[in-house]
Ligand binder design. Sequence first.
Ligand SMILES: C[S@@+](CC[C@H](N)C(=O)[O-])C[C@H]1O[C@@H](n2cnc3c(N)ncnc32)[C@H](O)[C@@H]1O
Length: 203
Amino acid sequence: MQPNFWDERYQGAAFFYGTDPNDFVAAQAHRLRPGSRVLCLAEGEGRNAVYLAGLGHQVTAVDESSVGLAKATALAAERGVYLETVTADLADFTIEPGSWDAIVSVWCHLPEPLRRQVHAAAVAGLAPGGWFLLEAYHPRQCGRGTGGPATPALMMTLPALRQELAGLQWQFEADTERDIHEGAGHQGPSAVVQVVAQKPEAA
Ligand SMILES: C[S@@+](CC[C@H](N)C(=O)[O-])C[C@H]1O[C@@H](n2cnc3c(N)ncnc32)[C@H](O)[C@@H]1O
């Protein structure tokens, strides 16, 4: 794969978003059944995936940055956990239907057509009872300089997510402001959306 924006951002020893898990993932992880098969979308340097693997889950991290995923593998080794990594553009990555107990999406900011495609595949990809956890920047975040994409077109609102994740049962949602401290990359008051949704259990 050609060097890209994210490969360049992840060069160097420092973890751009730190090595601690995202606060929302850490707060919601209790919902997952022991030994869950977890797919972390756009997982970058792997902090959330490594955290979840440390809880005993079987975790796969997918991201287009091979540099980020190499650091994820190194972090997993340092923590003594196993992590599967897949270097792929989400446009080309197949989420196998019914095969994941949880899908985690943290700051996975994609162009809207691809985001819709990935979210539809995520709904299909969850096994009955499986969890979808998402935290993303809201368009209000644009211009604050505390984190997130440069354009609101890559950010998300709850009404859009409700449409894109149709078929899941909503367990929690928030459109809120919170103070974020994640490495050098995210620092300060931020406008975010959060979703916890569950695939209905089979009848
Ligand atoms: C803000 S970082 C978040 C990383 C990680 N989820 C975290 O919370 O630390 C966004 C990530 O999205 C990945 N990404 C962006 N577009 C992608 C695509 N089309 N396919 C796969 N990964 C993508 C980037 O490589 C980057 O690692």
